[in-house]
Design a binder for this molecule. Sequence first.
Ligand SMILES: [Cu+2]
Length: 255
Amino acid sequence: MKRARIALITVWTGTLLLMLAQPVSAASTSAELIYDLNERLLIVALPITLLVEGILIYAVLKFRNNDDPKPTEENRRLEITWTIATAIVLLFVGFAAFEVMADPQVSSMADEEPPDDAVVIEVEGDDAWQWHFRYQNEYEGVEMTNEMYLPEDEEVYLQVTAENWLHMVHIPDLGVKQQAQPGVVHTVSTTPTETGSYQGYCTEYCGAGHSGMLFETHVVTGEEFEETMDEELAEAEEDDDTGEEDDDTGGEDTE
Ligand SMILES: [Cu+2]
């Protein structure tokens, strides 16, 4: 009995600690939607788990010395009750999950064009296991490899695609996950809410370079973002100019 009591206390304490544990703070609106859903489902799942496990442990302990068990009698009212209760729980889980999964901040938007003044970035996974980030609209011309900058508190749109085979963009801390498919553009949006650097991964096995297919996402303030974009734009223009000069000097060297 003593051992059983210790086991029971351990289970209950563990569950209570789990309930008290603070979830990781969300760094974007997408992550917040996902964490909120997780929390809501946990709130429903915990009492059910405690009830079921409680009855189970109680029955095991109470009837452990029963050498002559009698068959259970039919109880229609009980059966109807637990069927309806289960249906209600499953409906709640279904609706709550659908609400989040159908959100354009979580799933790809079908046939929806981002606004002209928005921060739009084409994200492409290439055949050399590199990620390319090509800025559109206002910052057209800026291109980054394995690194991207996002402004804090501003909605950004990622147009995800791939060169010749499948990859998948995943930034866990920002709640962004989208398949990169050749010839198709999947648009997903999010609003980063915390500045910082977040690791991005490819989460679809894509060949020899898959494990190294990483990138860094820098969420910076709006001001810093503007500065970075201006620098990158100036650099891109300079590269265009010096690119031609390089060709010239290259020609001179070989002479
Ligand atoms: Cu991959």
